[in-house]
Design a protein. Sequence first.
Length: 359
Amino acid sequence: MDPKHNGLLELPSLASDLDVVATHAETPIQSITASVVIPVRNALPYANRLIRALKRQTRQAQRVIIIDSESTDGSPERFRQAGFTVVTIKQKSFDHGATRNLGWRMCDTDVVMFLTQDTLPHDRECFAQLLDRFENPSVGIVGGRQLPRIEARAIERHGRLFNYPATSNTRTLADAPKFGFKVLSNSNAFSAYRRALLEGIDGFPTRIIMGEDHVAVARALLKGWTIVYDGNAVVEHSHGYSLMEEFGRYFDIGVAHKYHAHIYKMFAMPDKEGKRFVLSELRYLWQHTPLRIPEAMLRTIIKLVAYRLGHREQLLPPFIRNRVAMNPQYFSALWPPNAANISAELPITALLPGDPCES
């Protein structure tokens, strides 16, 4: 079928990345040079606050693209009503890299900003602070500061304060010896990429369990781009993981580091950074909530065991591997779907945008 008929749009370049089901709504074109891409699933608890925060920014995005993994809570309709573009993909097709590739390839702006559904801009200047950094043509990626959510407890708070300090920094490949593993520091929960950079590195890696943002930074550095961390661009974003969730997350990190070791080894593996984190956490808890130190030590052991097990995931029976992983779909033969299993044409239904909500 010709995708130009029946109100369909064609995105053939995405065939190797994701199995697209449908798209709803487009925002009016605005004369600015930034778009926002947000992967979501069942985001209704966050939707209203996120929409309000996006619409209050002094630098408005030309387009906000919501990539939804078959939500069942009505949140896609809420985002559509806000005037955002909503693209629906199959839940089993979700891939941290391919999903974001789908988003940025739908944008024609100079810069593409990435958030997650539970990331909340801290003030009205949040986007402006990021975008101003791109006035320097050598800057390819800008990440911002992530503060802990209001209800975060001590262990969760320390994690954000350690990894996202108030001090800004600028990094090039020449700075790798100085920063070590931290030279790759970046988070797609809140970051902005020059579109030309994404084109030059062929986007994010696909078939990756997590860490697509780190690999993108490595590729950018090797191509001569400058990476910026702006401590004045601030969002609220943190997680209070259970012990099992902590295990799953670090198991996935171990898998990611195993299969992309050739990249990480160029910039030093994270062993020393892990030791710094543990010592900092103990000092922080001793000063604030010493009764949480035993829990922190238990979590450190869990992280270490999970990380090392992730490096050896091929030795585990599939049912155990899928049980402990935070992203078990990675191990499915259908995840992400091969290009041979997808139509060369990916029709996307385009509906008119809903009325923008009040800011």
